[in-house]
Design a protein around this ligand. Structure first.
Ligand code: F6R
Length: 614
């Protein structure tokens, strides 16, 4: 949510910053800007629209400089326009700042500054910070350093921030600070980068330091130092080597990251499982949680918390853990959990699921649980992310960077981890070796199942071509496939802007059936398992009301064919692996519908990946 990048070194910063912004654009894309220091002057350009539009403005100028900052925005306060775009510049036009986060007490600070005669130009909360720093630096009875002015300003604000700030009067200095919004420092040969994540950094260096909350880094004349924002105490941090390739963060021959990531599932699920099976014993190995495994086994209850798609994974996790391990599991939206009087004691385990590892609500839920004395585990994709560092232990999904805003391969990897966790717990309880082996064998065959699903793309396109004009879709599934119905509907809403709802199939009669007519496509998730006959009855009910029936199944039969307008068949597999494969065909359907509607697949309106504000 908002991407920030800063550079200081021997290169011209402009190309580095623009490339960095393009890599960070998945975090927000309503406006973008850069500011650089060059020959004692502060130059800046900021524009509504995408980074490509900023780039074309910059191409018409001679702006350059070895030290600069840049930002791509996802608006919270103030509409997306040139003025509200970052960097924000103080009224003396000497200081520039980029900010990711929300300053909650911005209005009271703004009013106080206005009383002191400080003029404001934007409607953002972020401008308050730069004006406050300026006031503390330039209009102060005692002379303080720029760094101390930044520190002092940050101690007045309440809220979340990742900032990078530069000043014309201290032209070799780049200062960054973090409270709640991620920042990574890249340390190269005679150059430094600071960014919201590592993607803008890896072209220049693999040596990074992840900043923690309440930390401020000052880069000055080729040196950096990290200290606490409030106490000024120096913090010694360890350098991390990042293991990420450029290919992984580019879309290659695919037209969209989402399509690339859908296709990545031919190997990303296996990547997630690699080295974690023990077929012989019908169980799994999850080294990341071994220190806490006995606590999980003896837990009186497990909470799973997450947001969005990761929350849907959590719902399936509940189903699986309760089925195999027989421990009660409660699944909560992190945004609700964090403010609820939840029942947590030392026998409670919290599992937080997050692709990015930076989602603000999920992080807050973890911090709350830790305070209450319970063990927290993370299921994360991004190594080095805040959630992966703040949980007691965790399991990485190893699915590679997910850049398309709509989550695809991270979701199937989360489901894979949850199956492996449930099985491991179950095997320590009453699940037989044979039952474990059956599940593992099905997982082991998943690559070929995915290949065969991807071959259905013509069928999926046909469904999309005939249904894309619909204003509403209904997705129905039962049991472990009900959350897949929710996820299918979410994917569709996000990228095609078609209103869609997911329901347990049997719930349809309790309300949504009123919506069904000849214009309503209904996607049925209908594997031939023990719930098949029940789902079939629901299909009949929709047919009787002339709904358009799209059935996803693992085995066609005559009755299904006569009832369905379209059937998408995917390979038969274990009933607990089916949600993974089924979600892939639903991702393909959402993608093709969005293509038919001419939507911006990787940058859907109003959305941003990685929601780092509340
Ligand atoms: C949907 C989607 C979002 C995320 C949610 C949580 O396609 O991507 O709903 O799942 O914002 O994000 P993470 O998993 O990064 O915590």
């Amino acid at each position: 949510m908002c991407g920030i990048v800063g550079y200081v070194g021997s290169k011209d910063s402009i190309p580095v910053l623009l490339r960095g912004l393009k890599r960070l654009e998945y975090r927000g894309y309503d406006s973008a800007g850069v500011a650089v220091l060059h020959e004692n002057n502060l130059h800046f350009i900021k524009k509504a629209g995408k980074v490509s539009s900023l780039q074309s403005f910059i191409d018409d100028t001679t702006i350059k400089g070895n030290l600069g900052i840049a930002h791509t925005r996802w608006a919270t306060h103030g509409e997306p326009n040139d003025i509200n775009a970052h960097p924000h510049i103080d009224h003396t036009e000497k200081i520039a700042l980029v900010h990711n986060g929300i300053i909650e007490n911005y209005d009271s600070i703004k009013q106080a500054l206005i009383k002191r005669g400080v003029p404001f130009t934007s409607n953002t909360d972020s401008e308050v910070l730069v004006q406050l720093i300026s006031e503390l630096y330039y209009n102060n009875n005692e002379k303080i350093s720029f760094e101390d002015a930044v520190r002092a300003a940050l101690q007045e604000v309440i809220g979340a921030y990742g900032i990078v700030v530069i000043c014309k009067d201290e032209p070799n200095k780049l200062i960054a600070a973090r409270m709640g919004s991620p920042l990574v420092l890249g340390i190269g040969e005679g150059e430094f980068l600071i960014a919201s994540d590592a993607s803008p950094i890896i072209e220049y260096t693999r040596n990074v330091i992840y900043l923690d909350d309440n930390e401020l880094v000052t880069i000055d004349d080729g040196h950096y130092s990290i200290s606490k924002i409030d106490s000024k105490n120096i913090v010694n941090k360890t350098l991390t080597k990042i293991d990420l390739t450029i290919e992984e963060i580019e879309k290659g021959e695919f037209p969209h990251f989402m399509l690339k990531e859908i296709h990545d599932q031919q190997h990303s699920i296996s990547d997630t499982m690699r080295g974690r099976f023990n077929l012989e014993d019908g169980t799994t190995q999850l080294g990341g949680i071994s220190d806490y495994f006995s606590n999980i086994l003896s837990a009186s209850r497990i909470y799973i918390t997450a947001c969005g798609t990761s929350w849907h994974a959590g719902l399936i996790g509940k189903h699986l853990i309760e089925e195999y391990a027989r421990v009660p599991v409660h699944v909560e939206y992190a945004s609700e959990f964090r403010y609820r009087n939840v029942i947590i004691d030392s026998d409670t385990i919290l599992i937080a699921i997050s692709q990015s590892g930076e989602t603000a609500d999920t992080l807050a839920a973890i911090r709350k649980t830790k305070k209450l004395g319970a063990i927290t585990l993370g299921i994360c994709n991004v190594v080095g992310s805040t959630i992966s560092r703040e949980t007691h232990a965790g399991i990485f999904t190893h699915t590679g960077p997910e850049i398309g805003v709509a989550s695809t391969k991270a979701f199937t990897a989360q489901l894979t981890i949850l199956i492996m966790l449930a099985l491991k717990l179950g095997r320590k309880k009453n699940v037989s070796k044979n039952r474990g082996k059956k599940l593992i064998r099905a997982l082991r065959d998943i690559d070929q199942d995915v290949v065969s699903i991807l071959k259905n793309s013509d069928e999926v396109k046909k469904v999309a071509k005939n249904t894309w004009k619909a204003n509403n879709f209904l997705y129905l599934g039962r049991g472990v496939n009900f959350p897949i119905a929710l996820e299918g509907a979410l994917k569709l809403k996000e990228i095609s802007y078609i209103h869609a709802e997911g329901y347990p199939a049997a719930e349809m009669k309790h309300g949504p059936i009123a919506l069904i007519d000849e214009n309503m496509p209904v996607v049925f998730i209908a594997p031939q398992d023990d719930s098949f006959s029940k789902v079939l009855a629901n299909i009949e009910e929709v047919k009787a009301r002339n709904g358009i029936i799209i059935t996803i199944t693992d085995k066609k039969n005559n009755l299904l064919e006569s009832l369905s307008d379209y059937i998408l068949t995917i390979p038969n597999t274990h009933k607990h692996v089916f949600p993974i494969t089924c979600s892939i065909i639903l991702q393909m359907l959402a993608y093709e519908l969005a293509i038919c509607r001419g939507c911006e697949i990787d940058q859907p309106r109003n959305l941003a990946k990685s929601v780092t504000v509340e």
